[in-house]
Design a protein around this ligand. Sequence first.
Ligand code: ZN
Length: 284
Amino acid sequence: MPELPEVETIRLGLERWALDRTIRNVSVAHPRAVRRHLPGADDFRALLVGRAMTAAQRRGKYLWLPLDSGDALVVHLGMSGQLLVVPSGTAPERHLRVTLTFEDGGPDLRFVDQRTFGGLSVSAGGAALPSSIAHIARDPVDPAFDDEGFARNLRGKRTGLKRALLDQTLVSGIGAIYADEALWRCRLHWARPTETMTRPVTARLLASVREVLDEAIAVGGTSFDALYVNVNGRSGYFDRSLNVYGREGEPCPRCGSPIRRAKWMNRSAYWCPTCQRAPRHPHP
Ligand code: ZN
């Protein structure tokens, strides 16, 4: 599933290739891809044809493209959704769901999705912030992120630290991979009760989260899933620089202790038992 750095890579690609181009045609090859657009595929198409996307915006891992009409094209990448910029007329991809062509005759924008959990929709009047995204908190690399508010709300959560980092109403854009990497970096245990997080410790945590996300963005995101390809069809390669995630039994790059893995919320948590000491009262 794409996380913030992958989505940022896609956003940058869209910013470069898709803006200020008048949409000539929209073809929906599979109705499931526009199921979130409740008025249906014809309405979806009518709201896009003749319009141009004016920006590429992101909140956490949610993407939207404001249109010159004041509406917004909302992108749900789901598990396997890809946006491809390909020369117009290129043979359709196997799992092609939606194609946008442009008046300038330049490359198409294609939405390809093998598992069809993702899709596109148009949010009426959603250019500033689509209503479907409004409940998502800002992410820590957003210049408008409120560090003080985050520190306060984190303490009030009364849960485990990793669980709080994945709570999209508290902070967005941190998935399981980046949570484990950031916690390792600032030497905090995933089950640490959030009510024990003092302001200086929270500041350390945020600094680590930002470092991890910034580094991943700089190299174009992580890819564990061959299905994920960025807007220009290239995979990310940050996975080679992961310190704990997916490395159970391998030595901690800092102290050499074997990395451990625990079952956590139907998934896993990876940590170094030496660098990240377990809290006295863990809070899963
Ligand atoms: Zn260690």
